[in-house]
Design a protein around this ligand. Structure first.
Ligand code: 3PG
Length: 210
């Protein structure tokens, strides 16, 4: 568990990023660093995502993961590009097997007790809770953590600065992720100061809820 946390940059916040233009990678990396969060999960939802992972992974001290990984081949591509952890929206035994072969931590998406048990069977104890808001949010994580005291959750999906504290207060929550920190349209508009500001605001909320 601690290992995965270290791989994710030892932070309670994970900016989930959908980025259209790889030419924006450098400015995005600087914006996140300036705010105090040298970390990002780059989703493989855009053609340039692997290029962005490659560029961010070259920044000293910057931790980059690959998100929206649904096929084993994407694990290989992401690891080759420099991703230090893999995130999936759901649980796939094929993806889990490939991550084990590649020795890269996988954070699979789970929302039910059955899915949690599938991930546990694969030796995984840190799981994404996705889509967090639409799946009932913080109360559901609390309920699920009762029968699974060793599982740690990374909720993402529908989380905002306003709902962030609800999740941070749950002991079973390892970190909280979302696109609100560096939204696709704000990256595309190259409003990088806004991203730095959002990182600072989110980190302040993390501090308040420690
Ligand atoms: C994810 O992949 O984790 C989600 O797309 C993040 O969801 P959000 O856009 O609602 O933050």
């Amino acid at each position: 568990m601690t290992d995965v946390y270290e791989f994710m940059g030892a932070s309670s916040l994970v900016p989930v990023v959908v980025i259209e233009n790889p030419a924006d990678a450098d400015a995005l990396g600087s914006a996140l660093e300036d705010g105090g969060l040298p970390s990002a999960e780059i989703t493989l939802r855009t053609p340039g995502a692997l290029t962005v992972i490659r560029e961010l992974a070259e920044r000293p001290g910057f931790v980059v993961g690959a998100g929206t990984v649904v096929r084993p081949k994407q694990v290989d591509d992401a690891v080759a590009a420099g991703a230090s952890y893999i995130v999936s929206p759901g649980f796939s035994a094929d993806v889990a097997r490939e991550c084990a072969i590649q020795r890269v931590p996988l954070i699979p998406g789970t929302v039910t007790a059955t899915e949690i048990q599938m991930a546990l069977d694969a030796g995984i104890e840190v799981m994404k809770f996705f889509p967090a808001g639409a799946s009932g949010g913080a109360p559901v994580i609390k309920a699920l953590s009762a029968p699974f005291p060793n599982v740690r959750f990374v909720p993402t999906g529908g989380i905002t600065l306003d709902t962030l504290p609800d999740y941070l207060r749950i002991p079973a929550v390892l970190a909280v992720g979302g696109t609100w920190i560096a939204p696709r349209d704000i990256i595309a508009a190259q409003s990088f100061k806004e991203i730095t500001q959002r990182v600072r605001e989110a980190l302040a909320v993390v501090e308040e809820n420690k």
